[in-house]
Design a binder for this molecule. Sequence first.
Ligand code: FEO
Length: 401
Amino acid sequence: MRPVEIKKDIYWVGCVDWNGIDFHGYSIARHGTTYNAYLVKDEKITLFDTVKPEFRDEFLATLAQVVNIEDIDYIVANHLEPDHGGLLADLVELAKPEKIFCSPMGKRAIEAHFHPEGWPIEAMKTGSSISLGQRTVQFVETRMLHWPDSMLSYIPEDKLLITNDAFGQNIASSERYADQLDRGFLKRRMMEYYANIVVPYSPVVEKTLDGVHELDLDVDMVAPDHGAIFRGKEDVEFAMQTYREFAEQKPTNRAVIVYDTMWHSTEKMAKAIADGLMDEGVGVRLMHLKSYHHSEVMTEVFKSGAVLMGSPTHNNGILPLVADMLTYMKGLRPQNKVGAAFGSFGWSGECVKTITEWLESMNFEVVDPVKTKHVPAKESLEECLELGRAVGKALKAKMAD
Ligand code: FEO
């Protein structure tokens, strides 16, 4: 790839993963991603982050277009997950940097990942800064956004905030800037990233946004490590406001009905529940788990105020795709949801109890479930309609809180 000068003497030197499909269980298929790294040419030539190891040759070739790699003086490791820190050892060997800057937790991460000997690591706490010559870099730790080592780097002279995973989006494109992309597409990709990576750390997001506000950082460019860069005050404000909205997780007038089905009985129930929700004016989406990847479903869970989960009873439990979805969703800890279980059964009927317990363990406000023996008759479908209406009413009450 060609480097892109994003500010005078500051270059994007990342890689585009056009065909990426998976990110530890989060499907990025069809959209790909980028691994962004940034190079500042000042008296101290400084590289911010590296890229995923598979892109080593491409990354070094991009970097070599703007700098002799052995001339790099400093490396800043904002985050050590291998999609950003994976080539740190290679760069240390090639550049022999004078210093490697990271957060205090980043130092521990470097030690655990690379077992380095004699690396010139300097741990930087929030509020500490370094001089590059004409510029300074101020560091802000953002522990658990989304790893303990995560931090932001701020260059006041350029009003540039390098944010690592925060504000990222999985988008592989030739465009480097958010203002070159369709805004709805961009926000959807931001939401998908947030729902599948960031949502458990929403309190840290709010604290970080408050911190940026309190420190009165003058920012006119937000440069994340995935996807498009936000340039100009308007787009920076868009990025910050979007994250504020995501972090608040206010309930919305939408429901997602997520299910698997053996012989279509649970599916019939799902459709009747959808009618009940629509009777209450709630926007509904049905997602059969054999048709959608769990990360697509998770994005819909994130944007919905109500989540209904259905499975038939299978071997005294629930179907494996439903168990997979519940496990994934519980780990991501979405907040402020109304939930309910439903499902068909043949003889033992544990399905709704199992799902209800999962929903309760996620602090969902749970509405009484509905189960039906074998194939739902008219009366069962009426119960499903009532369940949809009850969830719709509970959702409205939650939204009014
Ligand atoms: Fe993009 Fe936490 O890695």
